[in-house]
Unconditional design. Structure first.
Length: 568
């Protein structure tokens, strides 16, 4: 798995007055011993469609919400080490709880914590995992990623707190199922929805979007004001012990400048997800360095890249099907300067998802195809592809001008990045139409996949699992409810084969070779192209302990929310 870098900037140490009173919202939360309820307000740029992570789709913020109400079998700490959470321990080949058969099939035995209960008081039991597997693998369900569930043949109950997973193939991380991987569903509640009407009835039930939702995580949803906020209250019987906070509110603020203002005004205590880019983080850092109101952590967790539309039904510039044109586009963009601008100097240009301090990076970097900034070379490639410069723009033999649509999601850094890319491509003679995806459409999967040219986006650094961004089976389609990770629908059989090897082999050397060669294929063909390593900037108000860096492959900055607390 990829390593990552952390930059923690101390921004003053003077005490912040009324640190525990900021962000009070709604009715009073229950507090122990009659004390003033301990509350935290988290700023986030967008909300979710459903509280069940696997059904959410490609929402960059879903991981931040899911940890509030759901706890997976395992989690990774800040160093990427796997730890048991809902499980009492991780399966191991040493103790026989993880067995590998000669034909490549496997079995892992999991023990659920004896005090693990759903938020209605019912125990978490093996049938909750059996039902979850059935639901996640139903082709009618909107599930964006069926790894690792598609590698599971069946689940057997051993006793009321133990189950065995039968794997139909090797899977190197079968002993560390983290968030979004076989998370249980309360069969005693939602099983009836499924039985009554299948996927449509199951997913449309209000259970998934109201305080009726029952998870087994540290907090329970107490209120949801769509477009405004979600309020959570501590779950007293959480299996890891009652959270140290009484109430947590996610405040939805889609505008970056407004979010910064709320942080500096003290109405937001911390911000999670990719809500703040490098520039916004630097603004808060500089202000807090004068006032001593908090500190900010900035660390790269996402690979930012451009998707290219290969689906002919969506593509409005067929020239993109020509590899020479794709190469010209990459070489016509000053990606190094744009990365420095977009991240406030926190990130260099990125060619691949592999982090620069990953031990595998030098091997990948030496093997991949490089496309350095070279406008003259880009122009030559375009001429060879039949798009010479004619007057003020590029035109083909039919006199058609080269036009290209580029999309990005709302946010100051993203929009500045798009403007710079548009300026570079305009200099090549292209007519560029830029579109900003508003936060209100972030959860609209069908709309998100409809980009007609290029789409700038980001995905968590997780090698090799998240290399599915270019895997053909992840091509988004109506049949799959537009939920795949490969929105541009690039397809290459060599890449698919290498990706499958990378995520199934138990041999580390074979896995590394597959990763290296897969990136070689992808960069040579320009199936996508990298831009930068996107940092998350996490401001934390003085006196609040807990928020901060996360392991990039583990989605969601609230992974340790049960331990957050006010220390003064």
């Amino acid at each position: 798995m990829a390593a990552f870098m952390v930059l923690l900037v101390q921004a003053g140490c003077a005490p912040s007055p009324q640190a525990t009173s900021k962000g009070e919202t709604g009715a009073s939360a229950p507090a122990r011993n009659g004390a003033t309820p301990r509350k935290v307000v988290i700023g986030i740029a967008a909300e979710i469609n459903t509280l069940a992570y696997k059904f959410e789709g490609n929402n960059a913020y879903a991981g931040d919400f899911t940890w509030m109400v759901n706890s997976p079998l395992a989690f990774r700490d800040r160093q990427g080490r796997a730890n048991p959470l809902l499980a009492t321990q991780l399966p191991s080949q040493d103790d026989g709880s993880w067995t590998v058969n000669p034909d490549g099939t496997m079995a892992t035995v999991w023990k659920i914590r004896p005090n693990a209960v759903w938020q209605d008081g019912q125990p978490v039991v093996p049938r909750d995992f059996q039902f979850a597997l059935k639901a996640y693998m139903d082709p009618a369900m909107t599930v964006s990623n069926r790894v690792p569930e598609e590698f599971i043949d069946h689940i057997d109950e051993v006793d009321d707190k133990t189950f065995s997973i039968a794997w139909n193939r090797t899977y190197p991380w079968a002993n560390e199922l983290i968030n979004g991987q076989l998370e249980p569903l309360p069969e005693h509640i939602v099983g009836q929805f499924f039985t009554a009407g299948g996927a449509a009835t199951f997913l449309s039930n209000s259970y998934w979007t109201t305080p009726a939702y029952v998870g087994e995580g540290p907090f329970r949803l107490a209120g949801w004001d769509p477009g405004s906020q979600l309020v959570y209250r501590a779950f007293d019987d959480y299996f890891m012990g009652r959270p140290k906070l009484d109430e947590v509110t996610f405040r939805i603020i889609g505008d970056t400048d407004t979010m910064v203002s709320n942080v500096l005004a003290g109405t937001v205590d911390t911000v999670t997800g990719i809500t703040l880019g490098g520039a916004a983080g630097a603004t808060i850092r500089d202000q807090w360095s004068k006032t001593g109101d908090g500190e900010i952590a900035s660390y790269p967790v996402l690979f930012r890249y451009a998707q290219i539309q290969f689906d002919p039904n969506r593509n409005r510039q067929p020239a993109l099907f020509d590899q020479r044109v794709r190469q010209a586009i990459v070489q016509g963009i000053d990606r190094e300067s744009i990365a420095q601008l977009a991240t406030e100097g926190l990130s260099p240009k990125a060619d691949v998802m592999v982090s620069p301090n990953d031990p595998l990076f030098p091997q990948v970097d030496s093997a991949i195809a490089k496309h350095p900034y070279d406008p003259n070379r880009a122009a030559a490639l375009l001429r060879d592809a039949g798009w010479p410069q004619q007057g003020q723009g590029l035109a083909n033999s039919a006199g058609e001008l080269f036009s290209l649509d580029i999309w990005t999601t709302a946010g100051n850094a993203n929009e500045a990045e798009m403007s710079s890319i548009a300026a570079n491509l305009t200099q090549l003679g292209m007519q560029i139409n830029g579109s900003v995806i508003p936060q209100s459409r972030m959860r609209d999967n069908e709309y998100r996949v409809s980009f007609p040219g290029l789409n700038m986006t980001a995905f968590s650094i997780d090698i090799p699992s998240n290399m599915n961004i270019a895997y053909s089976d992840q091509c988004t389609s109506a049949e799959h409810h537009f939920a795949g990770q490969n929105r541009g629908c690039w397809s290459n059989p060599d890449y698919d084969r290498l990706y499958q090897t990378a995520i199934t082999t138990l041999n580390p050397a074979e896995r590394n070779d597959a990763v290296v060669n897969a990136w070689k294929v992808l960069t040579e063909n320009v199936g996508i192209f990298g831009l930068s390593y996107t940092p998350e900037s996490i401001p934390v108000k003085k006196g609040l302990s807990g928020p901060g860096p996360r392991w990039p492959a583990q989605l969601g900055g609230t992974w340790n929310v049960q331990d957050w607390q006010w220390t003064q």
